[in-house]
Write a protein that binds this ligand. Structure first.
Ligand SMILES: Cc1cc2nc3c(=O)[nH]c(=O)nc-3n(C[C@H](O)[C@H](O)[C@H](O)COP(=O)(O)OP(=O)(O)OC[C@H]3O[C@@H](n4cnc5c(N)ncnc54)[C@H](O)[C@@H]3O)c2cc1C
Ligand code: SF4
Length: 484
């Protein structure tokens, strides 16, 4: 059979079809359609199967990308799924929301040779969406049950990946979360137009069907303490993410109508899930008919501007202090936002929030910036030019990033060591914290990061937790024999 690979000179790069900007701006459904099988095969067949797969090095999970691309090109879909799921607990989610241009696709060899990169993320998504449809994604059946148990704090991607890996080995796993649903930011942060919620829900359901216990509405530090969990379980993982929103430090920042990004996004996601959400219904977190200004240039800001468009905002402006090339958010998302009608004010930083005499939000005063000398990290620092301008606003959303909560205080565990930003310190060769038997993974270790890194940490932590529990079980068995 002639090779189905190396087709990049014959077949152009093609993303799955994108819905028309006007149509998609009216709802919260995902904007990309599914690949047809033939298109997925063609796109996978563009891979050059290079000897050193740089894409694999660009993927935090070291996914075996060339292998599953080849299997898709040969229409061996079930094998492709098996290879893909061996290194990633949520391939269809990463395929949707990883910033591929900065990861696997960013260093694809054929991109370097002037051809468009292989659409790695879209093929990865297709493989596992198809596997769900075919019924190949089934509950975990561990080869044997073990008595030991793990308590996991946080049902975000980090906690879920660890829970799955430990359950595969037969441990009894309980996941605690302060929210009423699993998924963490996959459920309540990231909007449906990037990741529809049934994709997350079916993952949680599969873990429940695999024997993992979820205890929702259970805030550790309030309902239960970390020490309760240490008494109850053989090992504990902290995967609580980062939720302390960075504040806007300008005059007028406390004005009514200025909101934290996550409050706005969570409200919108809850509304989409059919929950009763008073702050949406009373207009507090509803952008309909308003002139909205979003401050920030990361993924969260991009999600806010596009949510505001979908809620029917009169206008949406994004204010970012650096330029387009130096923004942290994905370029793909900026392009999508522009298509949907968002206006970007690059090189603009908030100087003050202006209100009327009656205390009603009126405008954002912005300072025009220029890029100056590079800072110690090599990034050019924004500097004021002296020019200012006002943008009329009825709603301002602060999307300036997140910091960790004060976990040693919240958990009442002074022995839990954190770094100067408040992130938990772990020994990266074991993911263990300063408290023996307590591990940590995801954003709470790295600071605000990416889903794929949280999955990687969760998998690593699970492996080390397993090693330690296995050693403890062996020791116990040896002691029992000696005592006979
Ligand atoms: C708006 C937004 C958009 C994003 N978009 C992208 C994107 O497109 N692509 C991407 O890769 N990444 C994106 N990210 C980042 C990504 O969501 C995070 O890096 C990832 O979710 C981190 O996973 P985690 O498991 O560490 O934490 P989280 O997902 O934050 O999950 C932590 C869980 O712990 C629970 N928890 C916290 N404290 C306690 C407690 N005391 N007791 C019990 N439970 C607790 C929380 O309720 C939550 O469910 C985005 C982030 C935001 C905010
Ligand atoms: S997990 Fe993310 S980085 Fe890795 S191959 Fe998939 S899309 Fe690329």
């Amino acid at each position: 059979m002639a090779s189905r690979m190396l087709k990049f000179t014959e077949i152009d790069r093609a993303m799955p079809e994108k819905r028309d900007a006007k149509a998609r701006a009216g709802d919260f459904h995902e904007i990309y359609a599914d690949y047809a099988q033939e298109v997925a095969e063609d796109q996978a067949g563009r891979c050059s199967q290079c000897g050193v797969p740089f894409c694999q090095q660009g993927c935090p999970l070291s996914n075996n990308i060339p292998d599953w691309l080849k299997l898709v090109a040969e229409d061996r879909m079930e094998e492709a799924y098996q290879v893909s799921q061996a290194t990633n607990n949520m391939p269809e989610i990463c395929g949707r929301i990883c910033p591929q241009d900065r990861l696997c696709e960013g260093i694809c060899t054929i991109e370097q040779s002037g051809h468009g990169t292989v659409t790695i993320g879209s093929v990865e998504r297709y493989i596992t969406d198809n596997a769900w449809e075919q019924g190949w994604v089934t509950p975990i059946k561990p080869p044997r049950e073990r008595d030991q148990s793990a308590g996991i704090i946080g049902a975000g991607p980090g906690g879920l990946a660890a829970a799955e890996q430990l359950r595969r080995k037969g441990y009894q796993v309980t996941v605690y979360d302060r929210y009423d649903r699993g998924g963490g930011l996959l459920m309540y942060g990231i909007p449906g137009f990037k990741l529809e919620k049934d994709i997350v829900e079916r993952r949680i359901k599969r873990l429940e069907d695999s024997g993992i216990t979820f205890r929702f509405n259970t805030s550790i530090g309030e309902k239960l303490s970390l020490s309760d969990l240490r008494d109850k379980h053989d090992t504990v993982l902290i995967a609580t993410g980062v939720y302390k929103a960075r504040d806007l430090m300008v005059p007028g920042a406390g004005c009514t109508g200025v909101h934290a990004a996550l409050d706005f996004l969570t409200t919108s996601n809850r509304k989409g899930l059919g929950d009763a959400v008073p702050t949406f219904d009373d207009g507090t977190h509803n952008a309909e008919g308003k002139r909205v200004v979003v401050i920030g240039g990361g993924d969260t800001a991009m999600d806010c501007v596009r949510t505001a468009i979908r809620q029917g905002a009169k206008s949406v402006t994004c204010l970012y202090r650096r330029d387009r090339t130096n923004m942290p958010g994905s370029q793909r998302e900026v392009a999508n936002a522009e298509e949907e009608g968002v206006v970007f004010e690059w090189l603009a930083a908030p100087e003050a929030i202006l209100d009327t005499k009656a205390g009603k939000l009126k405008a954002v005063r912005a300072a025009r910036m220029k890029l100056g000398a590079p800072d110690p990290s090599g990034r050019q620092s924004p500097e004021k030019t002296g020019e200012t301008f006002d943008i009329k606003a009825d709603m301002v959303i602060k999307a300036l990033g997140f910091d960790p909560e004060e976990l040693p205080v919240l958990f009442g565990e002074a022995a839990l060591t954190v770094n100067r930003w408040g992130a938990i310190r772990v020994d990266f060769t074991s993911m263990e914290t300063s408290i023996p038997g307590v591990y940590a993974a995801g954003d709470i270790v790295r600071g605000a990061s990416l889903v794929v890194w949280a999955i990687k940490d969760g998998r690593d932590a699970a492996e080390y937790m397993h090693k330690k529990m296995k050693a403890a079980a062996r020791e116990q068995a040896t002691a029992a024999v000696a005592a006979e």
